[in-house]
Design a protein around this ligand. Structure first.
Ligand SMILES: Cc1cc2nc3c(=O)[nH]c(=O)nc-3n(C[C@H](O)[C@H](O)[C@H](O)COP(=O)(O)O)c2cc1C
Length: 385
């Protein structure tokens, strides 16, 4: 019954039961723990009838291959891998990058970081650390996905255009996230199979437009390419609303962070559970791009300072010692804890299957029986008179 009501183009496209896609969620908490969405969560979502998507951005090629194989050992269902294709990132592995890329960062930034360290009592713990070298390129990561014939490649940032033809040759589907109609048209023209319209409510890197305004506009802009909705969707009401806006699926991150299978520290899960809808902040502190996090005094201080963030790549390098020092000093509350405004509607830890089952049941109830506000019931009563 449920599967009939919720059977959409996304179910056909990916060979899944429900139009619920796990957002590919990458490293969090200063990279201390790796990606938020690793094999356990990916497989749990796929096994429960959705599409599990690995947050692959933080994996080097060898680790990525191993994680893909780990997913395959946990499920025989379809799944995807999410990578980042930012256009204006400083790639520290590029030819011509100095041996110590930290020399690319102007002194005034180091002075500002020094002042922040002092203000927050963050110790210097990493001064002798060798300069970061040998970072992989996204091309190497994509090559692994091609070799492993991963069913779905998702692009979380930028345009995956150069990789679409090969992906299609190999029978893979391609998903691309966008936050406005301009980028929706761009990725649709590149031939992606599904566009994700991600509203500003979303956790992680996010844009400026709210989900309810964005989704129908992206549906129109990307047509005939189908669209999934993201940002603030955490229960059956959100799923039903997304379908009403013209989406054929939802791409959910925050709601899956509060699950047993999510690869977060327990304190991160607790902070999400304790958060209200007011408790997130959009900051460039952690990556150089606008990212929604559970708020903390460090992110607030950075935003108040007026310091202009560096491009992606360099910003991470700038704050590396800050993050390492905060972790070493046990100041976990200052670390990155990406999550969206939907955190306020999550009240307890569940399994990924429980999240999906409850979302499906809630959406079916809205779509087949009473709307939460009772509008359909009232209309039915009126017409019965
Ligand atoms: C902890 C965290 C990490 C994220 N990392 C990524 C990422 O690496 N790639 C990506 O495409 N999106 C990433 N996102 C954004 C999600 O893909 C998704 O768009 C968002 O979570 C949807 O909104 P919601 O959080 O309200 O469900 C991340 C989100 C969170 C909360």
């Amino acid at each position: 019954m449920a599967s009939n009501v919720l059977r959409t183009a996304a179910c056909e496209m990916f060979g899944i039961e429900y139009p619920i896609l796990l957002a590919g969620m990458g490293p969090t908490a200063g990279g201390g723990r790796g990606s938020a969405a690793t094999a356990e969560l990916v497989a749990a979502v796929s096994n429960a009838g959705g599409l599990g998507v690995l947050g692959g951005a933080g994996f080097g090629p060898d680790a990525l291959r191993a994680e893909v194989r780990r997913i395959r050992s946990l499920t025989d269902k379809p799944f995807g891998v999410d990578l980042l294709f930012p256009s204006n990132a400083v790639r520290l592995s590029d030819e011509g990058t100095p041996a110590d890329p930290r020399t690319l960062i102007p002194q005034e930034y180091w002075d500002a970081i020094g002042r922040i360290k002092q203000e927050f009592g963050i110790p210097d713990v990493a001064q002798d650390r060798p300069a970061p070298r040998g970072l992989w390129r996204v091309d190497d990561q994509v090559e692994v996905l091609f070799e492993e014939r991963v069913p779905v490649l998702a692009s979380g940032l930028g345009n995956p255009a150069p990789f679409v033809p090969r992906a299609h040759e190999l029978g893979m589907k391609v998903i691309a996230l966008v936050g406005n109609t301009k980028n929706a048209r761009r990725v649709a023209a590149a031939g992606v199979d599904l566009v994700v319209a991600q509203g500003t409510e979303a956790g992680g890197h996010t844009g400026r437009i709210g989900t309810i305004a964005l989704v129908p506009q992206v549906v129109d802009a990307a047509a005939p390419v189908p669209v999934a909705a993201a940002g603030g969707i955490a229960d059956g009401r959100g799923l039903a609303a997304a379908l009403a806006l013209g989406a054929c699926a939802v791409w959910c991150g925050t709601v899956f962070l509060a699950t047993h299978e999510a690869n977060l520290y327990e304190w991160q899960k607790q902070r999400i559970l304790n958060a209200t809808e007011e408790d997130t902040i959009v900051t460039r502190l952690y990556s150089g791009k606008t990212m929604r996090n559970i708020t903390n005094p460090l992110a607030q201080a950075w935003e108040a300072s007026g310091i202009k963030a560096l491009p992606m790549g360099l910003q991470g390098l700038l704050i590396a010692d800050l993050v390492t020092g905060a972790r070493a000093a046990g100041k976990d509350e200052l670390l990155m804890n990406a999550a969206g405004q939907a955190a306020g509607m999550i009240s307890g830890l569940r399994s990924a299957k429980e999240v999906i089952d409850e979302m499906v049941a809630g959406a079916v109830q809205v779509l087949t029986r009473d709307l939460p506000g009772g509008v359909r019931a009232a209309a039915a009563a009126e017409s019965a008179v």
